[in-house]
Design a protein around this ligand. Structure first.
Ligand SMILES: Cc1cc2nc3c(=O)[nH]c(=O)nc-3n(C[C@H](O)[C@H](O)[C@H](O)COP(=O)(O)O)c2cc1C
Length: 359
């Protein structure tokens, strides 16, 4: 009897221990569930945060008044146009020929192919399938392949039939090796009241970051966040974007540029090569000479100080060693010499100024 009581007691104790152990396991399981749930909440919050950041990143980049308009026969220009669209976050339109160009149409080794004949005919205006309405845009990236060193005639069809008055147009092209300048000259003959910005040629191996840098340098996208990033990055790559060199009488003058579209356009031009200016002395306060092309202007009434580099009438560069008040555009100022040194370097008469990128 006593033995039976002891066994029952032992069984009860074992059962109690089993119940306690089970209870502990259940509590722990629930706790770890809570931890997991909390973790996934944190993950979700992070996702929400990062998606908000994406929205913020794109904020101010949406460029409602910018469009990319391009023609591409074999897809190279199309690829660059798509990158520009992505970077500028803007609309895009393809100039589609009514009669598609076949590969034999494009054989430019043959004098009798369609593209070759069109390029030789100054009146050729190949028809566009559908009219492109750009009336809502004030800035247009206009893209095309180089054909025989120039714009394909279908681009002139677009220009002839589109009201581009007062719009800013930025040409871009792809080519085997030819540059963009001949095509830019052709475009400018066809529309007088357009604000043409310097164009850019891309090769077939051009990468996205080259396009990004180019678009940033144009300063046409209102993106305060990017501007802040540029200021933070003051010591690095941006320095070469913010400065250029004027070589004169074997001395290098370092010019720190103003933050405006005129100096950005000049920096872009300098990436394509040095610019030599034959400058004359004017009124004992400046050396002035023609650039040989036009830059966008940002004219305001300025009283110059020695060292100021000024854009006059869009196509003259003035380097001041004295003062003058006029309505023109400041491109930058010389930072590495003082007034007296500058006057000595420039001398009295004509000088040759070579504008160079700062590498
Ligand atoms: C009819 C024709 C003429 C061309 N002429 C030139 C030229 O003068 N210089 C050059 O560098 N490339 C020339 N190319 C090559 C194209 O400019 C180059 O392949 C371009 O990237 C094609 O762009 P797409 O694919 O957008 O049509 C020519 C191509 C064609 C079809």
């Amino acid at each position: 009897m006593k033995k039976t009581k002891i066994i029952i007691g032992l069984v009860i104790i074992v059962l109690l221990i089993a119940l306690i152990v089970a209870g502990v396991i259940i509590i722990n399981t629930n706790k770890s569930k809570e931890v997991n749930e909390n973790n996934s909440l944190i993950t979700n919050n992070d996702e929400i945060k990062s998606s908000n950041e994406n929205i913020d990143n794109n904020k101010g980049k949406t460029s409602k008044n910018i469009a990319v308009v391009y023609f591409s026969a074999t897809g190279n220009t199309k690829e660059i146009a798509e990158y520009i669209k992505e970077e500028a976050n803007c609309d895009i339109y393809e100039i589609v020929p009514k009669q598609k160009y076949t590969s034999s149409d494009l054989n430019y080794g043959d004098n009798n192919t369609r593209a070759t004949k069109e390029q030789r005919d100054k009146n050729a205006r190949p028809e566009i399938k559908e009219k492109i309405d750009v009336s809502n845009y004030d800035t247009i990236f206009l893209g095309y392949p180089i054909w025989w060193g120039d714009v394909p005639k279908i681009i002139l069809t677009f220009i002839d039939n589109t009201d581009l008055d007062e719009k800013t147009i930025i040409p871009f092209c792809t080519s085997g090796s030819s540059g963009i300048s001949q095509s830019e000259n052709t475009l400018k003959q066809y529309k007088g009241s357009v604000n043409w910005l310097p164009g850019k040629r891309f090769s077939n191996s051009s990468r996205k970051d080259e396009i990004k840098n180019w678009i940033d340098s144009l300063n046409i996208i209102n993106n305060s966040q990017e501007n802040e990033e540029e200021k933070v990055d003051a010591g690095g790559e941006m320095n070469s974007m913010n400065e250029f060199i004027i070589e004169v009488n074997n001395k290098e003058l370092v010019v720190k540029v103003e933050d405006n579209s005129s100096s950005k356009a000049l920096i872009e031009k300098l990436k394509q090569g040095n610019i030599t200016i034959n400058a004359r002395d004017y009124s004992s306060f400046e050396k002035v000479g023609e650039l040989g092309f036009s830059l966008p202007t940002n004219d305001t009434q300025i009283t110059t100080k020695p060292g100021d580099v000024i854009l006059y009438q869009g196509n003259n560069i003035c380097l001041y060693y004295g003062t003058n008040s006029w309505n023109f555009t400041k491109l930058g100022e010389v930072t590495n010499v003082n007034q007296e040194e500058l006057k000595n370097i420039l001398g009295d008469g004509n000088v040759t100024m070579t504008l160079k990128s700062k590498e």
